[in-house]
Write a new protein. Structure first.
Length: 388
């Protein structure tokens, strides 16, 4: 039985109390193509189909609630967020660590996992005073880790910590759905279609979250965002966020790509009947090979001062020195009290407290020679002859 877009839209409307305004209709072609590829290529298990259908309905419901809030509170769109600090790089290059260190600074808005997972407000229990979305997120993360403890070896899941905005980008249906299932047709569609609507919707959702933060008494200056997905659309990022400044992280793809393949394969295994680790490895090596190449081309054609390069080894060995370089780049002072908070975070969240991530490149159809060939220009520029 295939996914029916009309049924999904109707169910979302029903769950949103009859709301019918989904906002910019640009999401519909993306959703239609995603559903077609999931049906035709996805090889979904029965459980995977059920889970993805539920997630799509939830995303559509959130779109309805967002538009309803904006209709009632048009001042949401007055929130300013043109100038985020955006961390991009291959997964496993220290992007999460940097984002969480910077999020120790109260002058910067963090993208908290629970906010990203549940962007629409829920009724608050006056007795507890806690946003009920926090408890939902804690329970969800706990269930994920209990079901597969190895997840912590791949990513430091924490419901109340900063994380990437990928779950927000899912609301446009132009995001990393190809990490959930083997849908190369959808990947090709993403490369060939303008994703400006996705980034505009991300900006709209960030305004919504920022408005909510300010109503909770949280007033900062800039967002700290991070997502490897932006490597696939770096030009659109700058188009929609004209004041963005990008921190690009670097680590040898010989070390990162097999780990990425393992992560994607494990995600595919959640939703697919018989995922192929070789297809996961080769597809995602190709995705990031193209993403890094297009980012390099964009940088070559634009002003160099929009980017700051950071190397993973430095983030591990001298994190506060890296942070000071970032603050100089974005034009912020780094008060002693903020440095102390950052140092405390580092001491409390050492990597050795999490299990090691074990994988073999060959299991995913990858070889050192193949990765080196696919990332030759990137490795030459940033790794083999690291700039002074």
């Amino acid at each position: 039985m295939g996914f029916e877009i009309a049924a999904l839209l109707d169910e979302a409307s029903r769950r949103a109390g009859g709301l019918s305004d989904f906002g910019d209709a640009a999401f519909r072609p993306a959703l239609e193509h995603l559903l077609a590829c999931l049906d035709r290529e996805g090889g979904l298990s029965a459980a995977g189909r059920t889970m993805l259908a539920a997630r799509i309905v939830e995303l559509l419901k959130n779109r309805l609630i967002l538009e309803d809030y904006i209709g009632k509170h048009p001042e949401i769109l007055d929130e300013s967020n043109d100038d985020p600090i955006v961390i991009v790089g291959l997964p496993r290059t220290g992007t999460t660590l940097l984002q969480r260190i910077l999020s120790c600074d109260p002058r910067l808005y963090p993208m908290l996992w629970w906010e990203c997972r549940y962007p629409a407000p829920l009724p608050t229990d006056a007795a507890s005073g806690e946003d009920p979305r926090v408890a939902l997120a804690r329970a969800e993360v706990r269930a994920m880790i209990e079901a597969n403890p190895a997840l912590l070896a791949i990513h430091p899941f924490d419901a109340e910590a900063a994380d990437e905005e990928g779950m927000l980008m899912e609301h446009s249906f132009m995001s990393f759905f190809d990490s959930y299932a083997d849908i190369p047709g959808y990947t090709s569609w993403l490369w060939s279609h303008d994703q400006t609507p996705a980034y505009r919707h991300l900006k709209r959702m960030l305004k919504f979250l920022q408005w909510q933060k300010r109503r909770r008494g949280i007033a900062a200056q800039r967002w700290v965002l991070k997502a490897p997905h932006h490597l696939r659309q770096i030009d659109v990022l700058f188009k929609v966020f004209p004041g963005a400044q990008v921190i690009q992280t670097h680590r040898d793809p010989l070390e990162t790509i097999p780990s990425i393949a393992s992560f994607v394969y494990n995600l595919w295994a959640v939703y697919m009947e018989n995922p192929d680790p070789v297809r996961a490895g080769r597809q995602w090596s190709d995705i990031f090979s193209r993403g890094t190449a297009e980012t390099m081309a964009f940088r070559d054609a634009q002003n160099a001062e929009r980017f700051l390069d950071v190397w993973f080894a430095d983030t591990l060995t001298q994190p506060l020195a890296v942070v000071r370089a970032i603050y100089a780049f974005v034009g912020l002072e780094l008060p002693q009290g903020v440095q102390e908070k950052m140092q405390g975070y580092l001491e409390d969240n050492r990597r050795e407290k999490r299990p090691a991530h074990s994988y073999a490149a060959e299991h995913f159809g990858l070889s050192a020679a193949g990765i080196a060939e696919g990332f030759a220009a990137y490795r030459q520029r940033y790794l083999l002859h690291r700039p002074a």
